[in-house]
Design a protein. Structure first.
Length: 107
């Protein structure tokens, strides 16, 4: 009978729940550190230049360029392909991968 009383006293210990919470927070912190290390823009240890394009080809397109410690952020004006201009010629891709540009004859 003494064993059952001792066992019940151990299950009511509030420190056990605090230890479990600390373990959960450690796992969350480790996951956050791994996600920051995987992000090329936030990683302070990388020496590579990085260019990230968000929403490519859409009016909400953004370009983020990281060169060393310098980070530049560009937003599209929303007027993709808009403006005054005229067709200047035609470009053809050859079988070998080269591109040939043929200007249009002006009148």
């Amino acid at each position: 009978m003494a064993l059952t009383l001792l066992h019940e006293a151990e299950t009511d210990d509030p420190i056990l729940s605090v230890v479990n919470l600390i373990d959960i927070f450690l796992v969350i912190i480790a996951a956050l550190l791994i996600s920051v290390a995987q992000n090329p823009l936030m990683n302070p240890f990388t020496r590579q230049d990085v260019t990230v394009i968000v929403d490519a080809g859409k009016p909400t397109m953004e370009v983020v360029i990281k060169q060393g410690q310098k980070v530049e952020h560009y937003k599209a004006s929303g007027a993709i392909g808009a403006g005054d201009g005229e067709k200047a010629g035609t470009a053809y891709r050859m079988k070998d991968g080269g591109i040939v540009y043929v200007p249009e004859a002006t009148q």
